[in-house]
Write a protein that binds this ligand. Structure first.
Ligand SMILES: Cc1cc2nc3c(=O)[nH]c(=O)nc-3n(C[C@H](O)[C@H](O)[C@H](O)COP(=O)(O)OP(=O)(O)OC[C@H]3O[C@@H](n4cnc5c(N)ncnc54)[C@H](O)[C@@H]3O)c2cc1C
Length: 405
């Protein structure tokens, strides 16, 4: 399929005009945009519909750590120009606790791989630009209200009223609260795990304070430090699951970070204006299977993973690439084997990422109360940290899983 397919005719549907396309994609996050770009490059006609405005999706700050597989997929498919120019390689993390600090140079451990730090909103902006350049059609301000997986049809609402769109295939890339996963039949398994932990996710207009991603383990709760760009740093603070982000003033945030990051021992943080504070509940969700009839779920629509191991956007990119290849096989060569196996191929990788993210949650968090059970948990956590500090095998395990999918 070297040339974009001709758009099929437009016919009248029950709710007015029904537009037809080859692959209809719901959601313009990393999943939908990588998929759309790869399909457009392969000559497959696509249409992306997105509820938010272009400005909203291009300013939504979330992920920042792209694993080597994501960076390779983006670079190989001509989607990595911004990432290669403005992103930077990162291969060092540090753990701080009551017994001091140790660093893991994960670029030299495991498979010797690194992350590329590039803010998700910048990646999304690049992907939108490139998708349009490749001739893809992207409609913002379109809210999908109903989904039929059997006919790959959606109903939507936009500023002009309502309408209907149909594809040969439908890709559900509309995140964890979108409509496509709800359209999966009752028979699918919907795994759900609330890890009972919440983070206050903070963005500060300040350069990073340390060279490494830093995980601070403290009896008051976890605190994390991650670079995003030369001007912006992300911090995390473990908070009570029913906490209110607005109750955290700038001063309170910096004071908690100082305590938990032990700045009196390790040096001060570079402060700046706090531009975002939001509560993130650490939860896992996996839909099994992630395909039904002519619909395929990708990214957060298929599985939600806690940000503790920075895997969500990486899973989205990995699944989008697999699905793009499978769709091209089916459309080009009438070979449906990879498409039929899409769910079976993705789910083991999703579960391995979930398993590592859970391992990270248990390493970083513990009970803050003073009970015998809490003391026991704290002692186990310290033992695991000691092992990570001292055991080369443990460090290699960490490095391999930290960057890999
Ligand atoms: C604080 C935080 C930090 C994170 N850090 C990392 C990290 O470092 N590394 C990493 O890999 N991951 C990280 N993640 C996870 C990552 O951001 C997500 O996994 C990623 O955004 C998933 O991409 P997606 O395209 O599947 O979904 P989304 O990015 O959620 O995109 C879905 C799109 O669908 C649209 N949509 C929803 N409903 C509808 C509808 N009814 N009709 C039309 N459109 C709709 C939405 O508006 C949205 O634009 C982090 C997440 C958070 C919250």
């Amino acid at each position: 399929m070297n040339q974009p397919q001709q758009r099929a005719e437009i016919e009248k549907g029950p709710e007015g005009v029904t537009d037809h396309t080859t692959v209809l994609i719901v959601g313009a996050g990393p999943a939908g945009l990588v998929l759309g770009n790869l399909l457009q490059a392969a000559g497959v006609e696509t249409l992306v519909v997105e509820r938010a405005s272009r400005e909203q999706v291009q300013t939504r700050a979330r992920a920042g750590f792209l694993g080597p597989h994501s960076a390779k997929v983006l670079a190989e498919h001509g989607l990595g120009t911004g990432m290669l120019h403005k992103g930077h390689s990162h291969g060092l993390c540090a753990f701080r606790g009551a017994n001091g600090e140790f660093e893991l140079d994960y670029a030299r451990l495991g498979q010797g791989e690194t992350h590329t730090v590039y803010p998700q909103q910048d990646l999304v902006s690049d992907l939108i630009e490139e998708y349009i350049t490749r001739g893809g059609e992207l409609r913002f301000g379109v809210t999908v209200t109903d989904v039929d997986a059997r006919t790959a049809t959606i109903r939507y609402r936009d500023a002009n009223g309502s309408g209907q769109l149909t594809g040969q295939f439908l890709a559900g890339c509309d995140g964890s609260r979108g409509m496509t996963r709800h359209a999966m039949p009752d028979a699918v398994t919907r795994h759900h795990q609330d890890h009972g932990v919440a983070w206050l996710a903070v963005l500060a207009e300040a350069p990073q304070s340390m060279a490494a991603v830093t995980y601070a383990i403290h009896d008051d709760g976890f605190a994390g430090h991650m670079a995003r760009s030369p001007e912006v740093t992300r911090y995390y603070l473990q908070v009570s699951p029913d906490d209110d982000a607005e109750a955290w003033t700038d001063e309170r945030i910096w004071a908690a970070l100082d305590t938990r990051m032990r700045t009196d021992e390790f040096g001060p943080l570079r402060r700046g204006r706090i531009t975002e504070r939001r509560i993130v509940h650490l939860r896992s969700e996996v839909v099994d299977p992630i395909q039904h009839e002519r619909m395929f779920l990708v990214g957060d629509a298929a599985s939600v993973i806690s940000p503790s191991a920075a895997k969500g956007a990486n899973l989205a990119i990995m699944e989008a690439e697999l699905l793009a290849r499978a769709l091209v096989d089916a459309l080009d060569r009438d070979d449906h084997s990879a498409l039929d196996a899409y769910s079976r191929t993705c789910l083991p990788r999703i579960w391995r990422a979930q398993e590592f993210s859970r391992w990270m949650i248990e390493l970083l968090h513990g009970p803050v109360e003073a009970t015998a059970e809490a003391d026991f948990q704290r002692a186990l956590r310290h033992a695991r940290l000691d092992s990570l500090r001292e055991s080369h095998a443990h460090q290699n395990f960490f490095a391999e899983h930290y960057v890999g999918i």
